[in-house]
Ligand binder design. Structure first.
Ligand code: UFG
Length: 341
């Protein structure tokens, strides 16, 4: 019998790619999502790629009774991957209570039910945002946590503390916390990808929409940073590579290979790329000249951050594999599909 994995936020960007990888690795998946930032149509894409249509329960993970009914209905949930969260940095500054309620309420509900139903493993989506601007690059998991710049970032820091406190108090399950750097790209089939609602806030969807003529031009936020070309540097990680790390984390938890109750891993490539370098690669792989303009800095941006992924490489046996060229090409193919080309 296949092990059943609960994926909250499974119709979202990283959640949908992870669901595909879980199914392809031989797991059964049930998704819980309130569709606040996603579309149930993504199930068609997951089915097209895998031949399997996972169950979807449409509800809010912060709703204890509704969530409990899912654990009762599916009886044998072995592990959960908790993606469901609000993630727009700017919006979190405007609506902090919404972020604290959604992100922490859903986490507390999940942790409570994990113990009640004796599930074995919990995987939590965290972010390199917890490092702020690191003093040392590349940044490893032991780098100090810096004061959060946004309520969104703060929810990730507090969530990690809640997980640790709960484990310390003797929670009956183990946790893997995955700190993502900048996930980008789409499934190589171009059947699923990122579906930003409204005007994209993140770089890659803005780049591809500009390339497709949906946006007149890309604003590059600053070229006066202390970096080789003056624009900000990030570690852009392919979303399918990222998804595969979740499958490894689940397997590790189910096989009880973890060394501690709570393990933390950086998921990045180990390579930093500037905004201008990304534009350059995009133009090369798409053959499209991108209209962009250098404008002022965006408030709250970190100057440069990239991962030391050695711990994940060595302990999980996971490595980012896809080149940035192939990743940007996948994002471009997905954009073209969305544009009906
Ligand atoms: N950028 C532009 N123009 C745009 C959008 C972005 O120049 O239109 C630049 C940003 O200034 C930044 C880089 O592109 O230098 C990447 O920006 P993103 O918004 O794509 O990503 P961030 O690194 O700001 O944020 C992401 C996630 C957050 C997460 C954070 C962790 O969106 O959820 O990484 O550092 F918290």
């Amino acid at each position: 019998m296949k092990d059943l994995i609960l994926v909250t936020g499974g119709t979202g960007y990283i959640g949908s790619h992870t669901t595909v990888e879980l199914i392809e690795a031989g797991y059964d998946v049930v998704i819980v999502d309130n569709l606040s930032n996603s579309d149930a149509k993504v199930l068609d894409g997951i089915e097209k790629i895998t031949g399997v249509r996972p169950d979807l329960e449409i509800l809010d993970c912060a709703d204890y009774e509704a969530m409990k009914a899912v654990f009762v209905k599916y009886k044998n949930i072995k592990a959960a991957i908790h993606f469901a969260a609000s993630k727009a940095v700017g919006e979190s500054v405007q609506k902090p209570l919404l972020y604290y309620r959604n992100n922490l309420g859903s986490l507390i509900t999940m942790l409570t039910l994990m113990s009640e139903f004796k599930c074995k493993g919990f995987v939590f989506s965290s972010s390199c945002t917890v490092y702020g601007q690191p003093d040392v690059l590349p940044v490893d998991e032991n780098a100090p946590i810096k004061p959060a710049i946004s309520p969104y970032g703060n929810t990730k820091q507090i969530a990690e503390e809640i997980i640790r406190d709960n484990a310390h108090a003797g929670a009956s399950f183990n946790t893997v916390i995955l700190r993502y750097f900048n996930p980008i790209g789409a499934h190589p089939s171009a059947v699923i990808g990122e579906l930003p609602l409204g005007v994209p806030q993140n770089l890659i969807p803005y780049v591809t929409q500009t390339g497709a003529g949906i946006r007149p031009k890309l604003n590059v936020f600053g070229n006066d940073y202390n970096t080789p070309d003056g624009s900000c540097i990030r570690d852009y990680i392919n979303v399918v590579d990222l998804a595969k790390a979740h499958v490894i984390a689940v397997k590790r938890l189910l096989e009880e290979k973890n060394k501690k109750n709570v393990e933390i891993f950086n998921l990045g490539t180990g390579r930093g790329l500037s905004v201008l370098e990304i534009i350059n690669v995009f133009e090369k792989v798409s053959g499209v000249k991108l209209n962009f303009e250098i404008v002022g800095r965006r408030e709250g941006d970190i100057e440069q951050v990239w991962a030391n992924p050695e711990y994940a490489n060595n302990v999980l046996g996971w490595k980012s594999e896809t080149t940035v060229e192939d990743t940007l090409l996948s994002a471009w193919k997905w954009q073209q599909r969305l544009s009906g080309k």
